[in-house]
Write a protein that binds this ligand. Structure first.
Ligand code: 5GP
Ligand code: ZN
Length: 113
């Protein structure tokens, strides 16, 4: 999608520190890490937010969670645990309108909620 920051990152038009890629998913380091390990996992397809998950793209979402699990294992943070975060919409604090899941870990995270 035009003028979408993460679509441009996926297309390689804006540089990123890629950690994983397959035909449906792209994962890269957050530019402003909130933890020692902070990776964003996004669908290559432009899905705006959780509000736009449908029966047709739900397969990609479940695939994303398999990727998240594998990345955590590969990073060596799976055993100690980590946090998966999604911000949806304005009240949820979503600042980039391309669905993304934050993986945060590598250290003891502050309790939230
Ligand atoms: P949100 O606040 O929408 O849940 O998360 C957006 C995330 O994207 C933020 O954690 C922010 O640091 C990250 N981000 C914003 N612009 C860029 C960028 O150009 N490159 C990378 N790698 N991350 C970005
Ligand atoms: Zn996009």
């Amino acid at each position: 999608m035009e003028n979408c920051l993460f679509c441009k990152i996926i297309a390689g038009e804006i540089p990123s520190q890629k950690v994983y890629e397959d035909n449906r998913v792209y994962a890269f380091r957050d530019i402003n890490p909130a933890a020692k390990y902070h990776v964003l996992v996004v669908p290559k397809e432009h899905i705006e937010s959780v509000n736009d998950i449908t029966a047709e793209n739900a397969d990609t979402i479940s695939h994303i969670f398999l990727v998240i699990k594998k990345l955590a294992e590969a990073a060596g943070i799976a055993e100690h645990g980590y946090r998966v975060v999604n911000n949806c919409g304005e009240d949820g604090g979503q600042s980039v309108n391309h669905l993304h899941f934050h993986i945060l870990g590598g250290e003891k995270l502050k309790t939230q909620l």
